[in-house]
Design a protein around this ligand. Structure first.
Ligand SMILES: Cc1cc2nc3c(=O)[nH]c(=O)nc-3n(C[C@H](O)[C@H](O)[C@H](O)COP(=O)(O)OP(=O)(O)OC[C@H]3O[C@@H](n4cnc5c(N)ncnc54)[C@H](O)[C@@H]3O)c2cc1C
Length: 307
């Protein structure tokens, strides 16, 4: 760690929670990751803005996370500040078919509340872990639906502490990707869903949750799909056909249930996951000529270790 910001100064700025040298393994679904120099949960918007302005002024590397269900953090940890809104930005308001939500709201909670109000549009995302913020960045999707489908706008805060609103059409949402930049933190969003019936939304929801339970290794810690599906087909299919299902590196395994899920059996390290990533890429490229792109986001690695 070479970024010596002043702990006392940071403490005097943050009114929310600040944890120094906080193991990221506590904040990722993999249960993997070395310490973040400072892991901060701002109390509110004003708190967030002062932290961002301070880190910009002091040139402290700053990263945003939701609930860590799509990230692999290096065993060496993160040199800088990590900010999460997952515990504080929790407002969720439903008014007829309009929904306002802060990005710390868990996606699962939002789906359930919409289903309760017979609003259609999010049911297929039932069971996708994580916060609304992470879902928007990733353009989370499942069983034909994507979070961006019924989105109206998103408010972000820049590193200068300024708020900006993007309309849906300002943002380029593609498969598991969005065009938000790394130096803006998403704070809330508005949606307009379809008014539907209890019968339809319940049917859609049950179909999606049944499909998930049947196809995913939900007993073990993972970050969901490691790679994006290439245009030729499902990444998991090619990893399986390359003979890699069940392959282990340390305590990490390419799941024998779903080959695009790499699971942690208890004490896997980020290096174990990286070894499996490199192995899957190499074998799939040799056998099928397909280059697999990562879906999971990585934090704290140098480019040579993982692209
Ligand atoms: C068992 C399992 C099943 C899964 N199934 C699916 C699935 O079916 N479909 C799917 O799409 N995904 C799936 N995932 C992946 C994951 O749940 C989603 O990508 C989720 O939307 C990530 O949300 P998060 O809050 O955990 O984000 P994180 O993992 O914390 O972060 C993801 C990205 O978003 C950024 N980010 C997070 N919050 C903010 C913010 N407020 N402002 C700016 N940037 C932010 C981070 O920097 C990072 O780049 C699955 C994961 C698991 C573990």
């Amino acid at each position: 760690m070479n970024n010596n910001f002043k702990k006392e100064k940071l403490r005097s700025i943050v009114s929310g929670t600040i944890l120094f040298d906080e193991p990221m393994s506590k904040h990722t679904s993999y249960g993997i990751g070395g310490p973040a120099q400072a892991y901060i949960t701002p109390n509110n918007k004003e708190d967030l803005k002062s932290i961002l302005k301070y880190s910009k002024q002091e040139k402290i590397p700053t990263y945003f996370v939701g609930s860590g269900s799509n990230i692999l953090v290096s065993d060496n940890g993160i040199d800088g500040i990590v900010i999460t809104l997952g515990k504080s930005f929790k407002k969720l308001e439903i008014n007829k078919n309009k929904v306002f939500a802060e990005t710390g709201v868990m996606l699962g909670k939002m789906v359930k509340e919409c289903v309760k109000q017979n609003l259609s549009g999010l049911e297929s995302l039932i069971g996708v872990p994580g916060t609304l913020g992470g879902a928007l960045i990733m353009n989370a999707g499942a069983f034909g639906g994507e979070i961006s489908n019924y989105l109206e706008n998103v408010t972000v805060v820049t590193m200068s502490g300024k708020e900006k609103i993007y309309n849906q059409s300002d943002i380029d949402f593609t498969y598991r990707n969005s065009s938000f930049t790394d130096n803006e933190i998403l704070i809330n969003a508005n949606f307009k869903f379809l008014e539907s019936s209890e019968e339809i939304v319940t049917k859609n929801k049950l179909k999606a949750s049944g499909g998930r339970k049947a196809s995913q290794p939900l007993r073990f810690r993972s970050a969901g799909s490691v790679f994006k599906n290439p245009k030729e087909g499902a990444a998991g299919y090619f990893i399986d056909k390359a003979g890699l299902k069940g392959t282990r590196s340390g305590d990490a395994e390419i799941s024998s249930i779903h080959a695009n899920f790499f699971v942690n059996h208890g004490s896997a390290t980020a290096n174990d996951i990286v070894s499996l990533i490199n192995m899957a890429r190499k074998k799939v490229s040799e056998k099928f000529g397909i280059i697999l792109d990562l879906e999971i986001k990585t934090l704290g690695f140098s480019k040579e270790v993982i692209e």
